[in-house]
Design a protein around this ligand. Structure first.
Ligand code: PMV
Length: 332
C-alpha cells in the first residue's frame, strides 16, 4: 500500500548530438548537445515505495523488466536511496508510447520521468537543474527531457564531483521558432548494438571522433544563432551535418557501427528531392535507422508523403515542440 507518485516526460531529439561519455559511471558526455523536446510519445512512470518488499519491482508496458533495463533502473533507484538516506525498495510502473530501444529516445523520456517521480517518492526536492543532473545519471540524453522546447546539455569540465556538478541541461528560450519534426519509423525493432557499447567503441577506435567533437563546438555556437533567428534552413543544415558527422564516427569505428539501413538512405534521398523541389527539409538520425525530418509545419504533410513514398511501409509521425517533465499528482 501507500501512495505512488506519477510523472510524465517526453522524448527529445538532438539537433546537436551527444555521442561518447568521458565518465561512464557518472554518465558525463564528452560534448555539449542541444535538443528539441517533442509533444508525442510520452513516458508515464509511477513510483511507489514498498517498505516490506524484498527487492525493487519493475514493470515496463505491463511486463516485468529484466536484464539491462532492470539493472539500469535498480542502479538509479540505488542512487535515489543513497541521496535520500532511505532504504525502501520501490515499485516502478512505466508505460512508453514509443518502441523501446529503437533509437527513438525512449531512454530520455524514461529516465526523465523516473528521475522526477522517483525523487518525489523518496522525499527529495531537487530544483530543475539538480533534477536534470539526476536524470543524466540514468541516461545522458534524459537530462534534456526535463525541459520543454529546446534545451542545451553542458558536458561540464573536470572529473568526479566537479564533472557531475557541471553536467546538466538548461532551456534555450526560442520563442519564435516552432518547426515540425516528421519522424519516419523505418524499423521499430530494438537496435543490435546498444548506444552505450557503440559510443565506447567509437570513442576508443574511430580516428574521426576528435574531429567531430571539435567541429561540434562550432555547430553548437552557430545553432544557437540560427535558433535565435528562427532560421529553419540554417538550423536544418547545421543539424544535418552534425548528425551525418556523428554517423561517420561510428562508420569509422573498428569494427564499424552502422545504424543506417537502406530505408534510411532512401528517406535521405527523399529529403534531398524535397529540397531540390524547394521544400526546406533536413534530416537527423540517432542510434537507429529511423529518420527525423525538420521542416516548416505548413510543409509537414508534404514531407510525410515524400517520406512514405521513399520508404514504403514505414510509419510516419509528426511532432512539434513539447513540454518538460511534470508530476501528474498523486496516483492511486
Ligand atoms: O539515449 P542515450 O543517452 O544512450 O544516447 C543516445 C545519443 C543520441 O541519441 C544518438 C544523440 C543524442 O544526443 O540524443
Amino acid at each position: 500500500p501507500g501512495h505512488g507518485v506519477t510523472a510524465v516526460a517526453h522524448p527529445n531529439i538532438a539537433l546537436i548530438k551527444y555521442w561518447g561519455k568521458r565518465d561512464e559511471r557518472l554518465m558525463i558526455p564528452y560534448v555539449d548537445s542541444l535538443s528539441m523536446t517533442l509533444d508525442i510519445f510520452p513516458t508515464t512512470t509511477t513510483v511507489r515505495l514498498a517498505p516490506g518488499a524484498p527487492a525493487d519491482s519493475l514493470t515496463l508496458d505491463g511486463s516485468p523488466a529484466e536484464g539491462e533495463v532492470r539493472r539500469r533502473v535498480v542502479g538509479f533507484l540505488d542512487l535515489l536511496r543513497e541521496r535520500s538516506g532511505r532504504s525502501e525498495p520501490a515499485v516502478v510502473d512505466t508505460h512508453n508510447s514509443v518502441p523501446t530501444g529503437a533509437g527513438l529516445a525512449s531512454s530520455a523520456s524514461g529516465f526523465a520521468a523516473l528521475a522526477l517521480a522517483g525523487a518525489a517518492a523518496y522525499g527529495l526536492d531537487p530544483d530543475r537543474t539538480a533534477l536534470s543532473r539526476l536524470a543524466r545519471r540514468g541516461s545522458a540524453s534524459a537530462s534534456r527531457s526535463i525541459f520543454g522546447g529546446f534545451a542545451v546539455c553542458h558536458a561540464g569540465r573536470g572529473t568526479g564531483a566537479a564533472a557531475d556538478l557541471g553536467s546538466y541541461a538548461e532551456p534555450v528560450p526560442v520563442p519564435d521558432f516552432d518547426p515540425a519534426l516528421v519522424i519516419a519509423v523505418v524499423d521499430a525493432g530494438a537496435k543490435a548494438v546498444s548506444s552505450r557499447a557503440a559510443m565506447r567503441r567509437t570513442v576508443e577506435t574511430s580516428p574521426l571522433y576528435r574531429a567531430w567533437a571539435t567541429s561540434g563546438k562550432t555547430d553548437l555556437a552557430e545553432m544557437r544563432v540560427a535558433l535565435r533567428r528562427g532560421d529553419l534552413d540554417a538550423v536544418g543544415e547545421i543539424a544535418e551535418r552534425n548528425a551525418l558527422g556523428m554517423h561517420a564516427t561510428m562508420l569509422t569505428a573498428r569494427p564499424a557501427v552502422r545504424y543506417l539501413s537502406p530505408a534510411t538512405v532512401a528517406v535521405l534521398d527523399g529529403v534531398l528531392r524535397l529540397r531540390s523541389d524547394g521544400v526546406p527539409a533536413y534530416a537527423t538520425m540517432d542510434a537507429g535507422p529511423n529518420v527525423k525530418v525538420l521542416c516548416h509545419p505548413a510543409d509537414a504533410d508534404r514531407v510525410a508523403e515524400a517520406v512514405r513514398g521513399a520508404a514504403p511501409g514505414c510509419s510516419v509521425f509528426t511532432a512539434r515542440r513539447g513540454p518538460g517533465a511534470r508530476l501528474t499528482g498523486e496516483a492511486e
